[in-house]
Design a binder for this molecule. Structure first.
Ligand code: PXL
Length: 279
């Protein structure tokens, strides 16, 4: 049987359309069995809400992984996103070792920063440890801020040139990541996209740049990427499928100012399902 099973490890933000509440529906909709390991439970995400609750689940993670190991439960890929503590970075490495099938993929979205700043609650030390996790990744999916933080590169806002992006890809690759999908690359004012570095070669996919940044789009992107990849698409094609789905999800949200905390990816899911299953 060639059906793939993925484990995704990230938080449950109960409200806010990010992390597990987007990863589970998106990867499942792609036709891929999706197991979850929550790293923390928050009442909302941390980007714009105040007074949110935060329950760190570090204490449960290794026991959950050991149970799976004992049961002989294995995954074709482990995809990690937002992690709740420095200790969890080590736990994730253990769980990957114990539960991945031989040749299974380690897919790491560092999910800790954007627009030049760490998310609330993260430290520089966390970023250094996250660089270690990206170093063992088969595929790392940082945005530019995260790539800068993990490589000690000064962050520059705005348009970049190719030399800047190539240098950043060199540095992330030097951490050890076999393949890098760098999100948020823009060389022209109205184009945005991703740069994929693999086997020393870079290829880019650009799409229209929408006027507004939206919360949770990094998680939506990574989830669609994982779904497409597990359905047999190549890295570059999965990167493009995920980019188009993210843009479509953002478009579905335009005009609803009350929906500031996330994007209406649900409305774009039918298109993703059609595209992923057409091949
Ligand atoms: O979308 C990334 C993310 C995931 N989980 C939590 C967050 C954020 C970004 O702010 O706060 C809890």
């Amino acid at each position: 049987m060639s059906d793939k099973r993925v484990l995704t490890i990230q938080d449950i933000s109960c409200v806010g359309q990010c992390s597990l509440t987007v990863a589970l529906p998106i990867i499942s909709a792609c036709g891929v069995e999706t197991a979850i390991l929550p790293s923390a439970v928050l009442s909302t995400h941390t980007g714009g809400f105040s007074g949110y609750t935060f329950r760190d689940l570090s204490g449960d993670m290794l026991a959950i992984g050991s149970h799976w190991k004992k049961e002989g439960i294995r995954f074709d890929a482990v995809y990690t996103g937002y992690l709740g503590s420095i200790d969890q970075i080590g736990y994730v490495q253990t769980i990957m070792e114990e539960t991945l099938v031989p040749g299974g993929l380690r897919i790491v979205d560092p999910a800790m920063a954007d627009h030049g700043r760490l998310y609330c609650g993260f430290t520089e030390e966390f970023a250094h440890r996250m660089a270690d996790l990206c170093g063992i990744a088969d595929i790392a999916l940082p945005n530019i801020t995260e790539a800068c933080l993990m490589t000690g590169t000064p962050y520059e806002a705005g348009l970049k040139d190719e030399a800047y992006i190539e240098a950043l890809l060199d540095k992330i690759s030097a951490l050890g990541a076999k393949c890098v999908v760098l999100k948020g690359v823009s060389y022209e004012p109205d184009r945005l996209g991703v740069a994929v570095r693999r086997d020393g070669k870079t290829s880019c996919y650009f799409h229209e740049k929408l006027a507004k940044n939206s919360h949770g789009t990094g998680d939506i992107y990574a989830s669609a990427f994982v779904g497409a990849l597990m359905q047999g698409y190549g890295v570059c094609e999965s990167a493009a499928i995920a980019a188009d789905f993210t843009v479509e999800s953002m478009k579905k949200t335009i005009g609803d100012e009350s929906h500031w905390y996330g994007v209406k990816f649900e409305k774009a899911l039918p298109g993703l399902v059609r595209r992923v299953n057409q091949g």
